[in-house]
Design a protein around this ligand. Structure first.
Ligand code: ZN
Length: 437
C-alpha cells in the first residue's frame, strides 16, 4: 500500500506530518469500515473518522490495551478469513496467546518496514546478514527480517536462535558481516568462539543489530551489555525495538542514538500515568498506531513499555523522532521518595560489579506510598560489602536500596523455576492500585 506512494522526505518535518495525517485519516476510515472491535468502540464514544482533522486530534481517541486485544481477539480481525496469508502469535494477558492475522499487503508492509529499518542501520545489498531469530513457531520477527533483507537484496543466512554452537559454525562457514539477534545470544556466541580458542573479533563481523533487549542506557550511550558486545566483536552495536502487535520497528541509524520512527508506517505517542500526552521529552508509556495494517489493525495501542522520545534532529539528518531505550515495563515501575526507576536499572548497575553472581529484587509498599526496595545479591567475595553494592546502585539510580549479600546458590534457589524460561528476579509484594491492573 504505502510502497506505491512517493517516499517521505525524512529530513522535512512538514512533509512527514502531512503524510502522517493523510495515512491516519485513511486508517481511521478503514477501522470504522472493517474492524468489528473499532466500529463498536467508535459508536460507543460517538466518533466518526471525519472528526479527525489534525494529528492533534489523535490523543482524543480511546486507547487500546493488551487486555482488550486478548479478551476480544477475534473482533480485531478486519478481513475475511480467506484473505489471511500468515498467522502470528504473541503472549497475551489471559494465558492464551493472542493471534495477529496478516494479509498479503501486511507482509509487503512488513517487508517495507524491515527494508527501511535495515537501510537506516546501513545494511545494503553487498552485506551478508545472519538472522539469529526464529523463522518458525508463528513468530513474526525472523520472517520480517528475511522479507526486509530480500527487498534490500542482501544475503540472508537463516541461522535461527537455537544452540550457539550451531550458529557459530554457520558464521565460520558462511562468513556473514552483520549479525541480527538478541544481545544475550550474541554474547553467548562470542564466548563460544573464545572457548574454542578463536577470537570473535576476527570473524569479520562489522555490525551487530540487537533485538529484544535494549543495548543503550537512558542517555543513549551503550549500556554495559552494549559495550561488552562492541568489545568482543569489535563491531558497531545498533539497537531496534519492535513487537508483533505493532508490526513495525524503531531502528537505530548508523549514528546509533535511538530508534528512528518510520513515519509512514506508524504514529507514536508517549502518555503519562493518567493516560494524557506526556510533556515533550518526558518518560512515559509508548503508545503506537501502526499505519496501513489490514489484517489486525490497531489504534492507540498501549505497549506497556516505558521510554522517552527524542525529537531534536539526528546527526544522520533525519528529523523523525527517535525512541530511547525501553527503561522497563509499566507495571514494574518503582517509586522511591520521588524518584522513578525500573528493575533493569538496578540489574545494569550490578552488571558492573564482577564479584556479583546473580541477584533478585523485592519491592514492598511503604507507609507513605513510597516503594521499599530490597536487593538480594549473590556473592562469595569477601572484599564486596552490602554498603559498596548499595553505593553503586545509588550512584546509577539515585536510590539507595537495602542490600543483602547471600551465597550465589541462594539466588538460584529463589530465581530459577522449572516452569519459567528465564530466571525470575523481580518479586512485587506491593499492594496493587487498581489502575495498574
Ligand atoms: Zn539518525
Amino acid at each position: 500500500m504505502s510502497s506505491k506512494l512517493p517516499d517521505i522526505d525524512f529530513c522535512n518535518p512538514a512533509s512527514i506530518a502531512e503524510r502522517q495525517l493523510a495515512l491516519l485519516q485513511q486508517q481511521l476510515g478503514y477501522l470504522h469500515r472493517a474492524s468489528p472491535y473499532y466500529r463498536e468502540l467508535f459508536a460507543s464514544v460517538g466518533f466518526a473518522p471525519e472528526d479527525c482533522r489534525t494529528l492533534a486530534d489523535l490523543p482524543l481517541l480511546p486507547l487500546t490495551g493488551k487486555a482488550d486485544l486478548a479478551e476480544r481477539n477475534r473482533d480485531f480481525l478486519a478481513v475475511a478469513e480467506e484473505q489471511v496469508i500468515d498467522i502470528c502469535q504473541t503472549s497475551g494477558t489471559t494465558g492464551e496467546p493472542v493471534t495477529i492475522w496478516q494479509t498479503e499487503a501486511d507482509l509487503q508492509r512488513l517487508a517495507r518496514n524491515e527494508q527501511l529499518a535495515f537501510a537506516a542501520a546501513g545494511v545494503n545489498r553487498s552485506d551478508r546478514v545472519l538472522i539469529g531469530a526464529a523463522l518458525d513457531r508463528v513468530f513474526m520477527a525472523g520472517l520480517a527480517y528475511f522479507l526486509g533483507l530480500r527487498l534490500i537484496g542482501a544475503t540472508a543466512i537463516r541461522a535461527g536462535s537455537g544452540q550457539s554452537a550451531l550458529v557459530a559454525e554457520l558464521i565460520r562457514q558462511q562468513r556473514p558481516n552483520v549479525l541480527v539477534g538478541v544481545p544475550s545470544l550474541l554474547l553467548a556466541l562470542a564466548r563460544q568462539f573464545q572457548e574454542n580458542g578463536r577470537s570473535p573479533a576476527e570473524q569479520g563481523i562489522d555490525k551487530l543489530i540487537c533485538i529484544g533487549e535494549p543495548v543503550r542506557d537512558a542517555d543513549l550511550s551503550l549500556s554495559t551489555l552494549g559495550l561488552a558486545l562492541q568489545q568482543h566483536w569489535q563491531a558497531q552495536v545498533l539497537g531496534t525495538y519492535a513487537s508483533t502487535e505493532m508490526a513495525t520497528a524503531f531502528a537505530d541509524c548508523t549514528a546509533g542514538c535511538g530508534g528512528h520512527l518510520l513515519p509512514e508506517l506508524m504514529l507514536v505517542e508517549i502518555i503519562d500515568e493518567q493516560g494524557r500526552p506526556a510533556p515533550a521529552g518526558e518518560v512515559g508509556e509508548v503508545v503506537v498506531t501502526p499505519l496501513g495494517v489490514e489484517g489486525t489493525p490497531l489504534l492507540r495501542y498501549r505497549t506497556g513499555d516505558i521510554a522517552r522520545l527524542h525529537s531534536e534532529p539526528c546527526r544522520c539528518g533525519r528529523q523523525t523522532p527517535r525512541l530511547g531505550p525501553i527503561l522497563g515495563r509499566r507495571e514494574q515501575m518503582l517509586k522511591c521518595r520521588g524518584t522513578t526507576l525500573f528493575p533493569a536499572a538496578i540489574s545494569s548497575a550490578l552488571q558492573e560489579l564482577s564479584a556479583v553472581h546473580g541477584h533478585y529484587l523485592e519491592v514492598h509498599s511503604d507507609f507513605d506510598l513510597s516503594d521499599r526496595l530490597r536487593v538480594v545479591v549473590g556473592c562469595r567475595d569477601a572484599s564486596l560489602s552490602a554498603a559498596i553494592v548499595a553505593e553503586r546502585i545509588a550512584a546509577k539510580t539515585r536510590v539507595k536500596p537495602e542490600v543483602i549479600l547471600v551465597a550465589p546458590e541462594e539466588i538460584s534457589k529463589k530465581t530459577i523455576k522449572s516452569d519459567q524460561r528465564k530466571p525470575v528476579t523481580f518479586f512485587d509484594c506491593r499492594k496493587r492500585s487498581p489502575e495498574l491492573e
